[in-house]
Design a protein around this ligand. Structure first.
Ligand code: CU
Length: 190
């Protein structure tokens, strides 16, 4: 009986440790243009089953712009932002496009619709993605994996169907996703 009680206490201890660190996780990205000028930010909060984004950017061309999460967390080559590579979740068995029956890639997001004054502010929810995951940091759905991830804004509208990027064109703004809370220790000490 004593052994059973001890085992239960250990399981409870691990559960209690894991929940609060996950619930409070946040991250941020500073958005820059092709001249490395800062245009605004995207704040990320971890929700129980996905992430909540708060987009607040100015200085963009008015209209619809393809908006994605790319697989490498760098924007240093600001003239074309190619070093961030393709969308997260890109693979042989899945196509790009939220409206594509063969889709979608995890990094596919709705278009950003920029006002005539060049600003866009919107809150968006993205299913499945996680800021970190102490148990599986190599998972495609984890933003702060070993090579990180970056938000990308394209010159044109994403039609959510055409390969490989919905006809969204050049990469005009980029933001590296960075942790703002301490990364959780991978496992509690025994
Ligand atoms: Cu993209």
């Amino acid at each position: 009986m004593k052994k059973i009680l001890l085992a239960s206490a250990t399981i409870l201890g691990v559960t209690l440790f894991a929940l609060p660190s996950n619930a409070q996780q946040t991250a941020t990205a500073t958005i820059i243009d092709n001249n490395a000028k800062e245009l605004g930010s995207i704040e990320i909060k971890q929700a129980p089953e996905g992430i909540l984004l708060h987009v607040d950017i100015e200085g963009l061309p008015a209209g619809k712009h393809g908006f994605h999460i790319h697989e490498v967390g760098t924007c240093e080559d600001h003239s074309d932002f190619k070093m961030s590579k393709g969308h997260i979740g890109k693979g042989d068995d899945v196509q790009h496009g939220l409206m594509n029956p063969e889709g979608y890639e995890e990094g596919d997001l709705p278009n950003l619709i920029v006002s005539e004054d060049g600003t866009v502010e919107v809150e968006l929810y993205v299913d499945d993605l996680k800021i970190t995951d102490a148990d599986d940091m190599d998972d495609d759905e984890v933003l702060l994996d070993s090579d990180g991830a970056a938000f990308m804004i394209h010159a044109n509208e994403d039609d959510h169907m055409t390969q490989p990027i919905g006809g969204a064109g050049d990469r005009i703004a980029c933001g590296v996703i960075e942790s703002v809370t301490q990364k959780p220790v991978s496992k509690p000490a025994e």
